[in-house]
Every structure is written in C-alpha cells, then in structure tokens.
Design a protein around this ligand. Sequence first.
Ligand SMILES: NC(=O)c1ccc[n+]([C@@H]2O[C@H](COP(=O)([O-])OP(=O)(O)OC[C@H]3O[C@@H](n4cnc5c(N)ncnc54)[C@H](OP(=O)(O)O)[C@@H]3O)[C@@H](O)[C@H]2O)c1
Length: 258
Amino acid sequence: MAFALITGASKGIGKNIAEELAKRKTDVLLVARSQNLLQQLCNTLQQQYGIKAFYFVADLSQANAPQQILSWCQTNNYAVNILVNNAGYGLSGLFEKYSEADHVNMLQVNVVSLVQLTSLFLPLLKKQPSPSYILNIASSAAYQAVPYLAVYSASKSFVLSFSRALHYELKKTNISVTCVCPGPTDTDFPQRANIGEKGKKAAEKFNMKPEDVAAIAVQKMFGKKTEVITGFANKLGAALAWLAPKGIAEKTAASIYE
Ligand SMILES: NC(=O)c1ccc[n+]([C@@H]2O[C@H](COP(=O)([O-])OP(=O)(O)OC[C@H]3O[C@@H](n4cnc5c(N)ncnc54)[C@H](OP(=O)(O)O)[C@@H]3O)[C@@H](O)[C@H]2O)c1
C-alpha cells in the first residue's frame, strides 16, 4: 500500500490532515521538526486507526531536507501516492523588522521546499497504479498583497499560482493537484507569525477549527478540485479583495496587521 507524505504534520492543520487520512485507512509518513510530537502522533494514529505511520525529522528551511526525505522513503521502500505540502509559517510586521536570513528561511519552507518536494516526488507519484494526489496549503492571504505580512502573502500567491498551473499540466496524468486556501484557523500560526493583538482579535471572529479545515482539504483533494477556499467568510473575503480597488483592499489588510 502507498503512503501519504505530509509536511508540517506535528500540529495544527497538518496534524489534522494526517488524522483525516488515517480515518480513511491511509498509511501516513509524517515530517516536521518536533520529534516528540511526531512520535506521539504516529503512536496515536497506529493505535486508533490500525494504519502504518512513520515519521522523519526534517527542517524544511534547510535546502537539502527534501532530498533527505526522498532518500528516507527510497531506503525504506515507502511508495507515496499522496504528497501534502502543508508546512509553512508567517512573519508579521514591517518587512525591515526581519533579517535577510529570516525572509529567506521562510521562503525556503513556504515556497522552495514545496517545489523541491513536488519535483522530487512527481516521478514516484506518476509510477503509482492508482490515482495520485498533491495537496498544497496556501492561504486566503494569497488573494491580495498584505502589508505587514508582505513576504508571507506573496509566498502563498506563489503556491496558489504554481498549484493551478501544475494541475493543468498534469490533467492527462494520474495525478491531481489541489490547492487549499484556509483563512484564520485556530492553530499556533499567529504565535509563530508574531501577529499582534489587533490581528488576533480580527482572526478570532472568523477562526475555523483545524479539524474542519483538514476535513474540507482531504475531501476536496479526493474530489480532484483545483482550488478551494475554506469557509463562507473566507470565500466572501477573497471575492471582495478581487472586486475592491487594490489600494482599498491593501489599506484594510494593513489596518489589521500593522
Ligand atoms: N492557521 C492559520 O490561520 C492559517 C491560515 C492560512 C494558511 N495557513 C497555512 O497552513 C499551514 C499549516 O499551518 P498551521 O496553521 O497548522 O500552523 P502551525 O500549527 O504552526 O503548524 C505549522 C506546521 O509546519 C511545521 N513547520 C514549520 N516550520 C517548519 C520547518 N522549518 N521545517 C519543517 N516543518 C516546519 C510545524 O512543525 P515543527 O514546528 O514541528 O517543525 C507544524 O507542523 C501553513 O502552510 C500555513 O501557512 C494557516
């Protein structure tokens, strides 16, 4: 049986995607930096759902991590038919507040490692006798420029654009690519992103549960959807961002994250 490989599976949306797949009797390979959390999740999923679950500790801000993940799969003969590129984080505040290394590390995790893993695993997914899936997690921030989340929102625009193009290119193959754009979701994301009180309060009004986001993501992935915005409020937000003059959409977003 082939596995689902999930990055950022130690907590939040990725952990819930792993659980959602385990419920469907899919064996899982979990990747993140937090060894203890990955170990605990493997044990829980094996016991609760009777599936196979293995983990690999990797820091995706390191350029060689995707190759190490591929080598781990090959050494252990883990076939993969689902790749979930979920690991990611934001950095809020003035662009100048962060160092060059801070920005580059975030882009490596959110963008470069996602492309590397997709490139490295695509030939393996193609070899699978059954349908294969790539699930990329972007964000509602992909739909506009977000001042004070400048690099993060641009990184998620990349993920959305890349995913859509790849979905098209792979139409005639056994691989379907789905990009899911969650809005505010109740995870550790705001803490790591250093989101201020105003931003946290605004998010609280619309927060979705990570288990609900994960359930939608997995259902739409198996439904071979190209692009999914989770929840009505986030769909409306994306539509308004598209309709409104860019300057107004940016001013509104800036007032939240300033
Ligand atoms: N929560 C939201 O409001 C929200 C909204 C839109 C989009 N998203 C997106 O959803 C995805 C999941 O985020 P989340 O909300 O679930 O946040 P989270 O709870 O902070 O989880 C982030 C996951 O990414 C992993 N990760 C972070 N840096 C990593 C690195 N350098 N190497 C390997 N793994 C790394 C973390 O594991 P370790 O710390 O163990 O490495 C963790 O498993 C992200 O792509 C995020 O941009 C979140």
